[in-house]
Ligand binder design. Structure first.
Ligand code: AP5
Ligand code: ZN
Length: 218
């Protein structure tokens, strides 16, 4: 299974990616997680990306495209892969098409903007693994601690409310047009075009996992 998870910031891409990747035995390729790792390591990419990410904008297409191409080249992808947060612009999608990266499905997780702010303010993450919790909706077993390592959970710097609003605006402007991009491609009947499915991302984490797995199978 080769799929793209598309959705607004906080739609639950990372949360659902964990279940899907485990079930299908595929790697999660999250450009956000890769960029946060680069920021933490203080690499030139991390230094270039930090300011943009903290302001709610998008890192340049050239940087992201080469990052993903490198990642695909080294990945254990015989069962496929899951793109989380990529592609995020039409040039990024075009670059995958030009590189003949085969895709089976584009799955859009739809959550109204109003629900996003609450999700982001309660999000806590385990930085090293990317595991994500929510203080009310998906709490860790021990408050403030990662379930697996027991290490402390932190808040992402871009989860401040004003930055979340900017990220939502960036999503509607630059990423949402990808739904029409892939739908139009599928409508041409091209055998290379991925299927496009949309599910509601409102409800419990389990309910959304069931919807996602159903969309993957049908
Ligand atoms: P990225 O890390 O991709 O952030 P994002 O797309 O904004 O998405 P999030 O990770 O914030 O949300 P999510 O959908 O994964 O939700 P989650 O599962 O955590 O990107 C960060 C930045 O990096 C970008 O702003 C950009 O600057 C840069 N970047 C990344 N990729 C790029 C690219 N391709 N091109 C250019 N720049 C790029 O869930 C959110 C919260 O809700 C959690 O607390 C969770 O526990 C909770 N939750 C989950 N499901 C539910 C539910 N059903 N009900 C209630 N709460 C729930
Ligand atoms: Zn995420």
């Amino acid at each position: 299974m080769r799929l793209i998870l598309l959705g607004a910031p906080g739609a639950g891409k990372g949360t659902q990616a964990a279940f899907i990747c485990q079930k299908y035995g595929i790697p999660q390729i999250s450009t956000g997680d890769m960029l946060r790792a680069a920021v933490k390591a203080g690499t030139p990419l991390g230094l270039a990306a930090k300011q943009v990410m903290d302001g709610g904008g998008l890192v340049s297409d050239d940087l992201i495209i080469s990052l993903v191409k490198e990642r695909i080249a080294e990945c254990d992808c015989e069962n496929g892969f899951l793109f989380d947060g990529f592609p995020r612009t039409i040039p990024q999608a075009d670059a995958m098409k030009a590189a003949n990266v085969k895709l089976d499905l584009v799955l859009e997780i739809d959550v109204p903007d109003a629900a996003i702010i609450e999700r982001m303010s309660g999000r806590r993450v385990h930085q090293a693994s990317g595991r994500t919790y929510h203080i009310h909706n998906n709490p860790p077993k021990v408050e403030g601690k990662d379930d697996v390592s027991g290490e402390p959970l932190t808040q992402r710097p871009d989860d401040a409310e004003d930055i979340v609003r900017k990220r939502l605006a960036t999503y509607h402007e630059q990423t949402e047009p990808l739904v029409a991009y892939y739908s139009k491609w599928a409508a041409t009947g091209d055998a290379q075009a991925p299927r496009v499915r949309k599910i509601s991302g409102t409800g419990t984490v389990d309910e959304i996992t069931r919807r996602a797995l159903d969309a993957l199978q049908n």
